[in-house]
Ligand binder design. Structure first.
Ligand SMILES: Cc1ncc(COP(=O)(O)O)c(C=O)c1O
Length: 399
């Protein structure tokens, strides 16, 4: 039979061209390895957590599987198991210092699934979504999926949003603002003042135009904040129309197991919002979060991977680059660093990354995150490899 092609929809072709810089770089690394099998390449491209899940996870899974009660593996309420949502509502009420009812918690297929559900609930064709640079590159295809328009806002030299530009970017079509702190790619934790200013600008906009803009606070790195980072209040405390997204892809090293959740503020009509989320999950085909992983969560909630390991890597990497003359702001959380492109490369992030590839380091140009003056390095390699990568980068700019 003859091969069939040309069957991919226009929409799918449009989405596949968006936010693909990380995959492109990763593929470039694979191709370089094929061309030269002896190449010793340190891959800092993908944000794939390398620390194994804590031992308690495997133990909990075994205990759950040994439970002989029936019915645990069936379809369920799309929002998840009631006892898991109740557990999370109590924990979040304490940690976020707000009132969270179980009916405000919706279990999801990772943070990605939670973002998609919130967007499905909120966005119409033509709605505008404000995205602060630097941004998680998947926001572009997520937004385009709903025929909404991404409106990008520039950042300052500390990778925080330029607030004046933010205010000017708001229109009566603005429906959603994406806030991602701790941030991928920069690792920056937004300050309390920044979050308060974002909320204040949205309140001013509402007063002036009557338009209610929602905030989606995308927080998969929330539990990877370093102990030395100044604590910041939850956006749930600072603004009414807030949706908070969490997942355990990074803090429990469970990225492939796809477990996360969506929480909305009590000020959004709770039954109406819950019904809309149930329908969105159904229509998008996620239906419900994986049952086994939901049951694991209450058993391991207080546990996380050893963040001191990530912090050690970040400190060492930034210090070597700094001493080598490369500006490398120290992140407040996680395992991403976002050094600036050295002057020698005249701000050309792609040229810098292709020279790094030749020097044996795979990193992603910042233009993939809307900031071409920087590159993203994911420190998901052991500390010796991280040190080696930093030294290779410094050597490159010295020759
Ligand atoms: C900022 C941000 N949001 C969402 C996600 C998706 O996370 P998950 O794997 O939990 O779907 C990621 C993953 O890298 C991320 O960095």
């Amino acid at each position: 039979m003859a091969r069939i092609s040309g069957h991919i929809s226009q929409k799918c072709l449009q989405l596949s061209g968006m936010g693909s810089e990380i995959r492109r770089v990763f593929q470039e690394g694979l191709d370089a390895k094929i061309a030269n099998p002896n190449l010793d390449l340190i891959d800092l491209s993908l944000g794939n957590p390398d620390l194994e899940p804590p031992a308690e996870i495997a133990k909990s899974i075994q205990d759950i599987l040994n439970d002989s009660n029936k019915g645990w593996h069936r379809y369920m309420d799309n929002s998840g198991f009631a006892f898991v949502r109740e557990f999370l509502s109590k924990e979040l009420s304490k940690s976020e210092c707000v009132n969270v009812l179980p009916q405000q918690v919706f279990m999801t297929v990772g943070a990605a699934g939670a973002i998609q559900i919130a967007m499905r609930v909120l966005l119409d064709a033509g709605s505008e979504v404000v995205i602060f640079k630097p941004f998680f590159s998947e926001y572009a295809p997520y937004t385009a999926q709903f025929d909404a328009k991404a409106v990008y806002v520039e950042c300052d030299e500390n990778y925080l949003p330029q607030l004046e530009s933010f205010e000017k970017a708001l229109t009566t079509k603005t429906k959603l603002v994406m806030v991602n702190s701790p941030n991928n790619p920069s690792g920056v934790v937004y300050s309390k003042e920044t979050l308060e200013s974002i909320a204040e600008i949205l309140r001013r906009h509402r007063k002036k135009t009557g338009n209610i803009v929602h905030i989606l606070s995308d927080e998969p790195y929330a539990r990877l904040i370093f102990p030395s980072t100044i604590p910041v209040p939850s956006l749930l405390q600072l603004y009414d129309a807030v949706w908070m997204v969490r997942s355990h892809s990074k803090d429990l090293g469970l990225a492939g197991e796809r477990i996360g959740y969506l929480v909305w503020n009590e000020f959004l009509n709770v039954p109406e919002t819950l019904a809309a989320c149930r329908n969105a999950a159904r229509a998008m085909g996620f239906v419900n979060a994986p049952a086994l992983m939901q049951r694991v969560l209450p058993l391991v909630y207080g546990i996380k991977v050893d963040i001191s390991e990530y912090e050690k890597r970040v400190n060492l990497f930034c210090e070597i680059l700094r001493l080598g003359g490369i500006e490398c702001p120290k992140p407040g959380a996680g395992f991403f660093v976002f050094p600036k492109v050295p002057v020698r490369f005249k701000g050309d992030d792609k040229l810098f990354c292709s020279s790094l590839l030749k020097a044996g380091v795979l990193a992603v140009p910042g233009s993939g995150f809307g900031v071409p003056g920087s590159i993203r390095c994911s420190l998901t390699q052991n500390i010796q490899r991280v040190e080696d990568a930093a030294k290779r980068i410094v050597r490159l700019i010295r020759v």
